[in-house]
Every structure is written in C-alpha cells, then in structure tokens.
Design a protein around this ligand. Sequence first.
Ligand code: C2E
Ligand code: MG
Ligand code: MG
Length: 759
Amino acid sequence: MLHLVKQFWTTLTGKRNRPLLWAFVACLVIGTLEISSPLDDIMRVMRNHARAHDASGNIVVVTIDSPTVAAHGEWPWPRNKVADLVERIDAAGAKQMAFEHVFVPTGSAEMDASLAKAFARLPTKPLIGANFDKDPVTHERRFQKPAMIFDKVAATVGIPLYFNGFGHSWRASYSMKAEGEEFPSLAAAMAGAQNMRDRSDIIIDYSINPRSIPQISALQVMDGTAGSALKGKTVLVSTGRFAENIPGGEPVPTALIHVTAAETMRQGHQANLDWGPGFVFAAFCSLALWSGRRRVAVCVGVVGGGILLFGPILLETRNIYVNPAPGLLLCGSVLIIRAWRSYRRGDARVNPLTGLPNLLALKERKGDAGDAVVVVRVKNYAELVAALAQNEDVLATQIASRLKAGNASTLYHGDDGIFCWVANGVAHDELSDQLEAIHSFFLMPVAVGNWQVDVSIAFGIESGMSADLGSRYASALVAADEAASAGHRWKYYDPARLNEAEWNMSLLGRLDTAIESGEVWVAYQPQLDLRTGLVTGAEALVRWTHPERGSISPEEFVSVAEAHGRIDKLTYFVLDQALAMVAATHGRQGVAVNLSAQMFSRKDFVRKVQEALRRYRVKAAMLTIEITESAAVENEADMFATVNALTALGVTVSIDDYGTGYCTLEYLKTIKATELKIDRGFVAAMDHNRSDRVLVNATIELAHSLGHSVVAEGVETLETLDLLKSMGCDKAQGFFISRPMPREEFFQFVDRQVRPEAA
Ligand code: C2E
Ligand code: MG
Ligand code: MG
C-alpha cells in the first residue's frame, strides 16, 4: 500500500506532471483563502436567474412610502400614530407584526406608553428591532435597543444586515449577540425559527424574486383600503430605509432582503458544503483531463465541467449549497495547460526559420503516399550561413519562396538547408521539367539584406511507394547528397542501395556464426623466392563461401567488420589457421597475415600473437604481418608501438600495397618494417608500362638501400616475373605463380614445386 502511495507520489511529482501538481496546490490555496468567492457569487447569481421563482406571499411588507409620508408626515412618526398603524394592521387581520425599526425611548413616556398599549392588545407579540449604529460624534459602534417599556409587550429581534465588499448582502444569520444577550434575527423570527439560534448563517436564496414579495402602502392601511391583503399574514412594516443592491438585481428596500432571508429560512435547513466536495470531484476530473487520451479528456471536460456548472442548480433546489469555483478553476487550468502543451507540440512541427512544417510534420503526414518524395539540398548552405550570420531566416525564407514558386505541394523545411515535398500526380517527365524550372530559378542570386548570394541546389527523388514517408525522405536525401557530390542537378534513389545496406547489416550478424560453421576459411597464395625459385611461404587470404551468395570478397566483409569494430575475431581466426598451416609444413613454409589498422589499438594483440606462435610451435621468423600504408596515417603512435613489439619478437612486418598510400621517406626510415610489398597496381602493368617499370625498379633499390626486402604482388605474366628477377626483387606473388587456394591444394602445390628440383 505504502509502495503504491509512494509510486503515485513519484509519478505526480515527476517533471511531466508537475504543472498538474502546481495547478492543484494553487487552486487549493484559492479555495482556502476564498479568493474565488466573487466568481462563485457571479455563478450563483446566474443559477438564481435560472431558478427564479416568486416568494410565498406569507410575509407582506407595509411600506411607509412617499404618499404615506405626504399624508402622515416623515418617519419616525409620533408613537401614538405608530400605535394607530399597529391597530389598523391588526384590524386588517395580520397574524403577526414586525418593525424594521428600533423604538428607542423618545423622552415622552406617555407616547411610548400609547404604543406599548397598542402592542399589548395584539394577539401575538410584535417583533421590534434592535440594531447597531455609529455614534455620530465618537464614531463608536453602539447598540441600540427598544425602550424598556416594550420589553414585556414585544419581542426584540436583530435587524442588522451583513454586506460583502461588493455591497451585497448574501448571508443572513439566525441570531444576533449584543451586550451579552442573544436576540433572534428579524428574518429568523419572521420565519418562525427562533429556536435555531445555534444554527450557522444561511445564504440568502435570491432565486426568490424580492420584487414578488407583496408590498402595500401604509397609507392604504391607514385609510382602511388594504382589503384582505394582510389577512393571516406576517406583516413587516418597512420604514422606507435605504435601498440596497441585491446580487444581480436592482436595489430594493432592506425590508425585502429581510423577507427574502426569512423565506429562505422557511424552505428548511440549509446545508452549506462550500467548495470542498466540488474541488475533490474536480481533482479526479483533472487527473483524467491531464493523462487521458484526447477523446477521454474532451468527454471528462464536458461532463465534469457540466456537473460543476449545473449540478449546484439541482442541489440548491434541495437546499444544498456548494461553491464550485475552485474546482472549476482547477479543471480549467489543467485544460489550458494541456492545450498549451499540445499547441507547443504543434509548434515542434514547425521550422522556426521559415514557419514551414518541418520533418516531424512530414513523418506524421497522413493520407496519400505520394508519387515521389523530392528532397532539395542546398549545397553551399553552411558557407552561406557562416557568411550571413544573423540572416539565416531571411536566406531560408528566400530559398523557400523560390521553391514554392515552382511547386504547389506543401513544402517541408528540415535543418541545414534541406527542403522537401511530396509530389503527387506528377509524371516522370513532368517532374523533370519542374525540377529543371526550379533549378533555373536559382541561377539568379538571392538577395539577403545588402548581399546577393549564389545558392546552389541539388534534388534527390524517391519514387518507390512502399516504405513510410520517413524512410522515403531518408532515401531521397541520400540521392540528393549523391547528386550534390557528383555535380548533378538531381538523382533518383536507387533501391538496390537499400538492399546493399541491409545485406551489410545482416552480413555482420552472420559473420560470427559463419566463422564457427566453416563458411569462412583461409586461402593461401604462394610467394616465390626469386633468388632460389622456391615457394617459401604464402599469404593467408580470408574467404567466405556464403550458402546463398556464393563467395564473398574479403574486401566486402572485412570492411563491414572493421566499420563495426568486429574485426578481432576474424583476425585471430586467420592467424590461428595460418600458423596451423605453418605447423603442418613443420616450419618449412612461412605465412603472411593481413592486419587491420584497428588491431593496432588492441593492447593485447602482440601478446596474443606470441601465445599463438607458442601454441603452434612456430618460429616468429616464419610469420609476416602485413600492414597497409594508409593504416599508418590513422593511428601512428599505436602503429609504431605494435610494429616495434612485433619486430622485437622476430616477426616480419611488411608494408602492404606500397605505393598507394602516403608513405614518406621519413616514415620508411623510421618504421622498423622489414619488408615492402609493392602494390599490384604497379606490378601488373610494368611489363608494358615504362613508368611503372621505372617506379618498381626505383622502389626495389630504395627498399634495399634501407635494408628492407621487397615482395612484388600481382605478378600475372612471365615477363613481369623476369623483369622483377632482373631488378633484384626478393619475392613475387601473383596469379602467374598461383591463385589463392585452399590449404591442401597449397601443400600439393608446394610438393609439386619441390619434388622436380629434389629429383
Ligand atoms: P591484399 O593483402 O593486397 O591481398 C592481395 C590481393 O590481391 C588478394 O585479393 C589476391 O587474391 C589478389 N591477387 C593476388 N595476385 C594477384 C594477381 O596476380 N592479379 C590480381 N589482379 N590480383 C591478385 P583478395 O584475396 O580478394 O583480398 C583482398 C584484400 O582483402 C587483401 O588485399 C587484404 O587487404 C584483404 N584481406 C584478405 N584477407 C584478409 C584478412 O584475413 N584480414 C584482413 N584484415 N584483410 C584481409
Ligand atoms: Mg596483403
Ligand atoms: Mg596488397
């Protein structure tokens, strides 16, 4: 359980969900500090409008209005006149009477007594007000209550109203405390709820239309023309006090607010649940809004929002009051953050330089597969950007507008001067014409600020229909790069290349098993000692007889293995085979093994060579390691260290393909190699090419003068062999002597060579 809670917490506080957490905390604070109460008030006004209904009519307001004032003078009236009004209201059949007025002592005991008498005659004690006001001099709050004479004949009720910062009276209480006494409120008393003093405040239900409360002029009562309007009713005498705003409505006399509050209390017990339940509900909705799929989020947004907005209407008809604003704010903010995120993600599909959709947008493009994907590569983009510094956006926009001028499809803009579009319904010829036209637009320089720059472009086209747009784009880009480097205007992507790449990858995967299964083996090409005319050894050349592909050239798979750092196993396999061959000849034949440059960096290589020599009981002098010239350039230090260690062991080190690399005289002098192997490129043609002949001759002399022996590879004719002999070359290797062959054939070859001479 604890684990689950922990996991939930970690998920919630994770970077992705942090905005959700913040929104939750912020709305919690807003709810706690009641910051959102104006919003709740506004929503309540709207709900009240939706629920608007008339008052019960059980409480009637008798107003001291202008005609009354005109006939009977300004309020407050003399107490005997009030007594008169009391009697008339009673005569009209009122059930109970209430005054929104504090009958403070007047100074005339007689007058007060006349009113007290009138009160005493009533069947039910009237309700008379007590209130707080401000001392006009000291500005101190003081409590005003009726004269003592009324204590026995009337019930004192609190008549203050409470207003919020917007001047609205939303709440009413059941009672009022003053000077250690507690009085029922006027509303509570009128509602007959005197015994509910310990109840908390209520929210006045303004869906009861205050204007629908029956009102009658005091003049009519005094004239006896009120008819049955007051019969059986609770009558509140409104002394025409200042009108007050009610939420969402016109100002009304305060008496109407008291009556509305009383009507609210009459509806029964009010349960005010405040913002908590709505917030908890909203918190659950927010989780779905945040992490649900778009459709779920929309559903939850609509349903949850609807419940929060309209649910309270239903509850309020059942006297349950809630404040949904903090919850709504939570849902709203979560929705906004989510929408903002998806907008930003949308932004991630736009290239900021040109405002064009980018490659992400291309890859997500739905619908038609298109006839061809065309990629435009700006060849000199990097140079232009470097020169134009701040104006890359201008350059990119200019290029884009030229591309758009020649093509109506959506143009996508990748990075580094790459644009792309999907050509649809365009035939081969048409596309060529289109590209030709666009290309010609770029013959004119592009204006970037004060500069006129030449923009050079090349197109790559992928017209296969199979793969997804992402890989079609990649293929078209390969073609564009090839077109750019070959100096062509455009090039179609060759799908055979894809197969080749796949082949290369699968080749690598199969190489290890191929070595183990015997598909990979070693061929031996004899090397002839030109002074003795005897085969003294062979070059070990790796072979792969693939069950499907037939024999694969070492140049093909050795380079793949090298490129993926997988050459070790192959090297040691060939070394083992080669030394085993030498061992089988009892050390009469030597062997030359080709070494990849990568092996120089293997610290244990020389040790492993030594171990192999020991294992096969082969003298170090019988092994030649061939390294290529170009290898030296890549990691010279490692190469020198390896060569030194090998020569120290007594192994011959041969510089293979000599003449094709960058071998300097300095390098030749420094390296401790003991053999130079002249590349077959020079050797093969020396019988008919004079300059090659000169070069080979010079190389032999140079090598000898530096103390190296010389091997010539690629000897294909007798003439070449004779020439080499005459030049003093030490060894020869080539098809004229023999092609590379399996080990047993090599043994037979050696036997055939030796036997005639031995004979
Ligand atoms: P390389 O070391 O220069 O090997 C000589 C290549 O020339 C061999 O090709 C051989 O068959 C070919 N050749 C020999 N005589 C003649 C000739 O008279 N005329 C012509 N035209 N060619 C001749 P192969 O066996 O295809 O090997 C190609 C290359 O693959 C080798 O060039 C070597 O660099 C590499 N290689 C072969 N085996 C291994 C190996 O076990 N490890 C590494 N790292 N590379 C190897
Ligand atoms: Mg070689
Ligand atoms: Mg070679």
